[in-house]
Design a protein around this ligand. Structure first.
Ligand SMILES: C[S@@+](CC[C@H](N)C(=O)[O-])C[C@H]1O[C@@H](n2cnc3c(N)ncnc32)[C@H](O)[C@@H]1O
Length: 403
């Protein structure tokens, strides 16, 4: 019998709030930007839940629908913008119907994501597609599906995946005949999983994990863990890193954000953002930094921290940022768009700082003649040379390092 995990929706837990914050705050600027491609947007919440928690808090569907509606209302495209929103859930389609009844023109799909998503997207060729993938466990996350979505049929495609990486390591150990143990016994208590059936030590289970991971690389991580060369947390970190690098075979820009509830705590989940569009990557990196700052404020009860830390609790000071910007940007000896260069920086170093901090360093580099910058338009309305350092709204910036 399948377990519905009804408890999940009784009260919205802190990590659900963090996930939704990140989704909502990303969607706002994403929607306003993506509508200007003048292609319609298909937003699909692939594991939508009930729409609303029993304590009255909005779930991901209500959060997204409000933002999509506001995005449509504020666009200046004179009725030419179009959004199609769909919500899939295996167990809660009826709750979704009730809780989302105020919204018209949306689609609610009762069924499993893995059985319904292709059909749902078949009529969306040439659209912009955003998939929010927030399952309880890992079992439905077939990597070959993610590869297939990126094969060029859509104008743009972005995935935001909630990856239960500890769940993967635990199953990996189990199929290799070992038990996964970490020092904190309560760690898994609140990591709910939909399928109570556990994977066993069989070829079929190994194949299932290969499908999820998109390869066999996970086995050597589990072997290292079993032999004691790395601990459970290191195993999770290695797996997440390699999972992102596997995704980057199909998606050029993949960002990984550990979700922690307390500062200095080990992450519970990873939110992974994958896109082929540099602007989406930069937007998400900025969002991660903004969310992280807010979260840090909540965690430290508003006390100011003396040092800037990134989402990985690493201390990042201005000189480290400068050093890394120079290291990365000095490789660009051919013209490249600023946004693409920034996205490549984030892929290399993670979302360690807001894009404004990168451009601050770049402006100094330009002043010192280490960086050539081409701006379009190159003159301001008053006929002065342009100095802007962000793209969009009709402005472009290309850069080239001067040797
Ligand atoms: C973590 S909850 C989603 C929570 C939701 N994102 C929110 O913030 O309100 C996961 C949901 O996936 C549903 N589910 C489980 N297996 C599924 C599958 N194979 N396909 C689609 N939905 C599934 C469950 O019923 C559950 O509502």
């Amino acid at each position: 019998m399948s377990k519905k995990n009804d408890d999940f929706f009784v009260k919205k837990k802190p990590w659900s709030k963090v996930k939704d914050e990140l989704l909502g705050c990303y969607l706002k600027p994403y929607v306003s930007k993506i509508l200007y491609t003048r292609k319609p947007l298909a937003y699909v919440d692939c594991f939508a839940g009930k729409g609303k928690f029993d304590d009255g808090n909005p779930g991901s569907p209500l959060i997204a629908l409000d933002i999509l509606q506001q995005g449509l209302a504020s666009t200046k495209l004179n009725g030419n913008a179009r959004i199609g929103a769909a919500f899939i859930d295996l167990n809660y389609a009826t709750d979704l119907q009730t809780n989302l009844s105020a919204y018209h023109g949306i689609r609610i799909v009762s069924g499993a994501y893995e059985d319904t998503i292709e059909n749902l997207l078949i009529s969306k060729k040439g659209w912009n597609v955003f998939l929010y993938i927030d399952p309880y466990g890992i079992k439905a996350l077939d990597c070959s599906k993610f590869d297939a979505f990126a094969n060029g049929q859509f104008n743009t495609i972005e995935l935001l995946i909630n990856m239960n990486s500890f769940g993967f390591i635990r199953e990996g150990c189990r199929v290799m005949g070992q038990q996964f143990k970490i020092d904190d016994d309560s760690f898994f208590d609140d990591l709910v999983e939909y399928e109570p059936t556990k994977l066993d030590a069989s070829d079929k289970s190994i194949e299932a994990l290969n499908q999820i991971a998109g390869g066999e690389y996970w086995k050597s991580i589990i072997e290292q863990y079993i032999s004691g060369r790395i601990d459970g947390y290191e195993a999770e970190e290695k797996f997440s890193e390699q999972y992102c690098s596997r995704l980057s075979k199909s998606y050029k820009y993949v960002l990984n954000m550990p979700i922690r509830i307390q500062q200095n705590q080990h992450p519970k989940y990873r939110l992974i953002h994958a896109t082929n569009h540099p602007a989406g990557c930069v937007l998400m990196a900025d969002n991660i930094c903004n969310r992280w700052e807010l979260l840090k404020d909540i965690q430290s009860n508003g006390q100011l921290s003396l040092f800037q830390e990134d989402y990985n609790n690493q201390i990042i000071d201005a000189s480290t940022i400068r050093e890394r910007v120079i290291k990365q940007f000095s490789q660009f000896d051919d013209w490249i768009s600023l946004t693409e260069a920034e996205a490549l920086f984030y892929i290399k170093y993670g979302a360690i700082c807001k894009s404004g901090e990168i451009t601050k360093v770049l402006k100094n580099m330009e002043k010192d003649n280490h960086l050539e910058v081409r701006r379009n338009p190159c003159l301001t309305e008053k006929g002065k040379p342009s100095t802007f350092m962000t793209e969009g709204h009709g402005k472009t910036v290309s850069i080239k390092w001067v040797k």
